[in-house]
Design a protein around this ligand. Structure first.
Ligand SMILES: Cc1cc2nc3c(=O)[nH]c(=O)nc-3n(C[C@H](O)[C@H](O)[C@H](O)COP(=O)(O)OP(=O)(O)OC[C@H]3O[C@@H](n4cnc5c(N)ncnc54)[C@H](O)[C@@H]3O)c2cc1C
Length: 354
């Protein structure tokens, strides 16, 4: 097997940063994937699995190993029951195209996840979510290749350990498996639930939505509305929008136990902040990171060298022809600022690869 050498990585990521890969291979078959992993093992190379590169920042020095990009394609209907359908989708299918296609079929459950860039295989890793839906709610199984044994394994949804931007693939089993396919179960009738207040408000203002009882029409309207809202925040990839050269949200919303929340609340109150919008569920408190960043004194549009905070979303860090080193400095400055302000350490969502 021959790997490509010294391949530029920046163009393979949405944020457009990073040096070169010493070796690069795009795996479009399972056999190719296994052979590449065997070869890397033989040569004692480090391996990084790359999907669509929309949640990845490579170091300015690149990656001194093998970047293995997923290129496994295909989707099929496994079974159709009275009011659900079971589909299997290969890892390198485009997530947003999958959402569009399922909506066109009249299958729901993914419509609020319209516009999220990247591949299907990355969706379970951080249990992607937006506008009140999470991929993990619809994924019934994840098929993986064990990177050591090259065995194919299947995990049920319960075994995946999905929670807010988290799964076993990002936690205890980080870098242990290559996800090769996922199975999703989607309702084919019934009503569509819109849980996210901003989206519900926008939809309720559209007469066309309330007039139409047709599920396909409703799903298309939700998708269009989500894409419109996301575009106002530069949260869809758009070559003509410089603020979308990002990884989406940079920081995760902190989720706290009651006692931690109490401590942070007192600290915020001492700074004159009494109106933090907090989402409570199962005695856990989810705090809006964007609010904390702005309250700590950072502003939308603020720049540091060639990188900055998006003028349209305080959670997105954007590359304006800067470098990964600059981005890391900006990230750390914000983390320190928020920590000094309220004692919270903001966790980072994208994957730093060096
Ligand atoms: C403009 C913009 C908006 C965004 N909005 C959202 C949002 O609303 N909600 C949200 O959750 N995310 C969002 N994101 C983040 C990103 O789109 C998702 O995390 C997406 O799932 C990443 O997919 P990818 O294929 O690009 O992953 P990559 O960046 O290529 O990889 C991400 C991680 O997954 C691993 N990985 C990828 N594929 C596989 C595989 N097949 N097997 C094993 N490991 C794998 C990689 O090693 C890496 O650790 C946004 C990003 C951008 C740029």
């Amino acid at each position: 097997m021959k790997f490509e050498e010294q391949v530029p990585l920046a163009d393979r990521t949405s944020i457009g940063l990073g040096g070169r890969a010493r070796y690069f291979y795009a795996a479009d078959t399972l056999e190719g994937l296994k052979t590449a992993l065997r070869e890397a093992h033989k040569q004692s190379l480090r391996v990084h699995i790359l999907g669509g590169g929309s949640n990845t920042v490579f170091s300015d020095n690149g990656f001194d190993g093998l970047v293995l990009q997923m290129a496994l394609k295909g989707r099929r209907v496994l079974s159709t029951q009275e009011n659900t359908v079971l589909i299997e989708v290969a890892a390198a299918e485009n997530w947003d195209q999958l959402v569009e296609w399922t909506g066109q079929q009249g299958w729901h459950g993914l419509e609020c996840l319209s516009g999220i860039p990247g591949q299907v295989g990355a969706a379970p890793i951080q249990n992607i979510g937006a506008y009140g839906q999470e991929a993990g709610e619809r994924i019934t199984a994840v098929e993986c290749l064990d990177r050591q044994t090259l065995e194919i394994l299947r995990f049920s949804s319960a075994e995946c350990g999905f929670s807010y931007r988290q799964s076993r693939f990002k936690g205890s089993d980080r870098d242990r498996f290559v996800i090769t396919a996922i199975t999703l179960q989607l309702p084919t009738d019934g009503d569509v639930q819109i849980r996210y207040p901003e989206l519900a408000r926008n939809i309720s203002m559209q007469a066309e939505y309330s007039r139409s009882a047709d599920l396909r029409t409703r799903l298309a309207l939700i998708r269009r509305t989500v894409l419109q809202i996301r575009a106002t925040k530069s949260m869809v990839l758009d070559a003509s929008d410089p603020h979308s050269r990002s990884c989406g949200s940079w920081f995760m919303n902190p989720v706290l136990e009651q006692s931690e929340w109490q401590r942070v609340r007192e600290r915020l109150a001492s700074q004159g902040i009494h109106d933090l919008p907090v989402y409570t569920s199962n005695e856990r408190y989810k705090l809006p990171a964007a609010f904390l960043i702005e309250a700590a004194g950072f502003t939308k549009g603020q720049r540091l060298y060639g990188v900055g905070i998006s003028p349209r979303h305080a959670l997105a860090l954007v590359n304006y022809n800067g470098s990964s080193a600059e981005l890391l400095e900006l990230q750390q400055t914000i983390q320190q600022g928020v920590f000094d302000f309220c004692g919270l350490q903001l966790d980072v969502e994208p994957n730093w690869i060096s």
